[in-house]
Write a protein that binds this ligand. Sequence first.
Ligand code: UT7
Length: 323
Amino acid sequence: MRRSIVIGCGAYLPEKAVSNEELSRRIDTSDDWIRQRTGIRQRHIAADGEFTSHLALHAARDALARAGCTAGDIDVLVLATATPDNTFPATAARVQAELGMKRGAAFDVQAVCSGFVYATSIADNMLRLGQATTALVIGAETFSRILDWSDRSTCVLFGDGAGAVVLRAAGGGGTNADRGILSTHLFSDGSGYEMLYVDGGPSTTGKSGHLRMHGREVFRHAVTRMAEAVEISLQSNNLSADDLDWVVPHQANIRIMDSMAKRLGLSREQIVVTVDRQANTSAATIPLALAAADADGRLKQGQLVSLTAMGGGFTWGSVLLRW
Ligand code: UT7
């Protein structure tokens, strides 16, 4: 059976890191509140003139180098973002051009914080079907551009960044037996539209707008939906939470991750956490966390890893894979 194996991870964070202390000098908040309620210590913010495509490009080059690939090897580039450079064309098209990728297809996927899970699912299906052999999947965001910096209940929570993975189809034999993506699971419930949205857009106001969120509602959904999505993926592969080595969840709030881990009966040590250093980078959190855990040697070949996210829409989902 053809399976998609992660053969390289890449990451990029803008140079400028902004601490909670720094934010508390500009808005009515405190390091104490932000840490206690979210676990966030700092976030990275893109420089003037630094766009989502630039962050994506850095992460893509890093992932390609670690995978030992060139842009010429890529059959499909899927970029998850809710903060594209322009309304159209897709930011993926700009990244494709900058990489010097002359063939294949490049397109964006919009599922907000679940974007990377959605993009991975699409790429995995293309690889399994034989439509592509090698895929570049990127999550990249500049949420700092759509934040209302006078709204303390949202602006302290997000940051900018990009992460990427290279997926390669393998036949499942030899040393790669059992490795790769076992299954992906996508869900949405549009009745949650107004719980987390941007109050603008090309068809409504003609302006990009600002992020608005009912934090408590989103929190509640995030815990239950992410835990559910992990459980569904385990059940559909006749596995249980006891078989899991790692969960790499969307990084919005450490309390969401702790509650999810508790529901699944997992220890805090099994959850890969980057929210403290990077805050919520929406579609970029999972590939950034994967890249961190890969780089420090935590992820070992053959281990069972679950990726899960929940975001605006509402959207949510999971990817179960053997590293
Ligand atoms: O990626 C998916 C999308 N995002 C999420 O998953 C985020 C989900 N939600 C959350 O993480 C949490 O709901 C928040 C971190 C957003 C808020 O935490 P909370 O414990 O639900 O706080 P709250 O909204 O109930 O606010 C508690 C208090 C309020 O004051 P009063 O009314 O109790 O006097 C807020 O005004 O905290 C106040 N507050 C702040 N205080 C200092 C809200 N934001 C801040 C702030 N600094 N930045």
